[in-house]
Design a protein around this ligand. Sequence first.
Ligand SMILES: [Zn+2]
Ligand SMILES: [Zn+2]
Length: 337
Amino acid sequence: MAPQALRCCKRALNWLPVVFVNLVVGWSYYAYVVELCVFTISNHAERISYLVIFHIFLMMFIWSYWRTIWSVPASPSQAFSLPRAEKELYEREERAEMQQEILKKVARNLPVYTRMPDGGIRYCKPCQLIKPDRCHHCSTCERCVLKMDHHCPWVNNCVGFSNYKFFILFLTYASLYCLVICATVTQYFIKFWTKKLPDTHARFHILFLFFVAALFFISIVSLLSYHLWLVGKNRTTIETFSAPVFTNGRDKSGFSLGCSRNVTEVFGDQAKYWMLPVFSSQGDGHSFVTRLVHIDPEQANSVLQQNGKRWRWMLGGRGDQMAIRFNGNTGIIGFSN
Ligand SMILES: [Zn+2]
Ligand SMILES: [Zn+2]
């Protein structure tokens, strides 16, 4: 098969999990609205209130799911591509150390603070660019993705800087959608086992509705809890498996600025947008404030005071010595052992 056709087949297959989720949601809609609310519930007020609550959560779930799927993964700007002269030099050069020298020269003018495990500049050969901090190349999307978290098959998209908030909201509303179904179906589920439901085919839809919603609720809530923990720690899934390497060494919490600032970085500082799938994350995805570098000197004192206890504990625990260098001109502070 021609590579082009093979690629088309692969792209089509990648949509299967999304189709599966849509089929399950479509069936749950039919089972809840038609079989439960229309055919089973006889009390008019109960039916209306269930339908209103169900549709509110369904709408929020579909909205955030839609935005997670269709957000184009943010890629590094042109500033991170090698200039033409350096690109030609890089391609002609065969010695790895000389290639690194070329990259180092270009990276000097870029806000890049993380390195390869061997200390080299992070460079993406397929995209021909210097990777910004927290950016990774996704082989499925075939591009570099800013603040890449992971490639999610359930949304057939990369979860990263452009849609991480939408992804969290998708998990939140999906769990609430399942919870609403479980909570309202429970009494009819009990009636099924006590044989108090009319003997129609609606009985089996109600039975499966409860089981499927409970099963999805448990798995989605586990994933949501993990990602809320990651938000609080300001870590991506990739960074939990491989801690980012700074010029001073590996630091799994290098981007953490304290729980509330970490949450603000993803959700923004305006509470009215937190629960809506509209983009409100802070920054441009290319550079991130870290606790090691890039802190404004005026903020440095308060950050140090806030983290004072933690630093003292860390220093006491590890027995390291720490030197703090202030550079008033560039606004950079650094910690070194
Ligand atoms: Zn790339
Ligand atoms: Zn991807």
